[in-house]
Design a protein around this ligand. Structure first.
Ligand SMILES: [Mn+2]
Length: 228
């Protein structure tokens, strides 16, 4: 495989099953390029530039990959660890993946609700960033976990899933050959006209990831017993 694509892993420290299985995935994964399409961590921050210790094993494993990072709503500060600029909602990356012209985003840009927009504009602003950098690592962890909520499964939001499919169609009509959006925890891989729409799913319920080989795209499920 040329590229592996994951989103919504929600790693949450050494005790979390998602992080446990994702570490196994990273040790196994044969793709040289790895796309992290948001919410890889449940509540990421790097107070004063130092990432939470609980997440360090994952960051260490990522070093051997050529990593492409997008901001999720749970880890919007992650791209900064890889030298990317400050992320806003709906950050788009347009680049070549395998043999395909790809357009990547976390997928939360389809949530047009005022609550979501306001909350996430504030959280990604300088005031909140200053606060988290000054309360200490433990307090920052607690604040972010209160905001993140429990690591729930729950059904994907049908309205958001439909909105993503529509938006994928628009991006494909504009020339994208692969559109990637996660966030909804609704794994899918389908053709829309001449393009692919991939939602890599999540690791709370499905443990799915996308694969690009040449011009082919598929969705797979990681089985730690078989691959780990
Ligand atoms: Mn998300």
């Amino acid at each position: 495989m040329d590229v592996a694509i994951v989103s919504d892993v929600h790693c949450d420290g050494p005790g979390s099953p998602t992080q446990h299985d994702f570490l196994r995935f990273l040790d196994w994964c044969p793709a040289p390029t790895l796309v992290l399409a948001g919410d890889i961590f449940h509540a990421f921050w790097a107070p004063g530039g130092a990432p939470f210790v609980a997440y360090q094993p994952v960051l260490d494993r990522l070093r051997r990959f050529d990593v492409i990072v997008l901001p999720g709503n749970h880890d919007f500060h992650l791209p900064a660890q890889f030298g990317a600029p400050a992320p806003s909602i709906g950050t788009l990356l347009e680049l070549r993946l395998g043999g395909l012209r790809a357009v990547l985003s976390h997928g939360d840009e389809v949530d047009r609700s005022v609550n979501y927009r306001v909350l996430h504009t504030v959280l990604r602003g300088r005031g909140f960033s200053w606060l988290l950098d000054h309360v200490g690592s433990q307090r920052a962890w607690e604040i972010l976990h209160r905001l993140a909520g429990p690591l729930g499964g729950g059904k994907p939001d049908a309205a958001l899933v439909a909105a993503q499919r529509d938006l994928a169609g628009v991006r494909i009509a504009a020339g994208a050959e692969l559109v990637v959006m996660g966030h909804t925890h609704a794994p899918s891989c389908e053709r829309i006209d001449a393009g692919w729409f991939l939602n890599p799913g999540d690791w709370v319920e499905h443990r799915t990831y996308g694969v690009v080989r040449g011009r082919e795209v598929e969705l797979r499920r990681f089985d730690p017993l078989r691959h780990g």
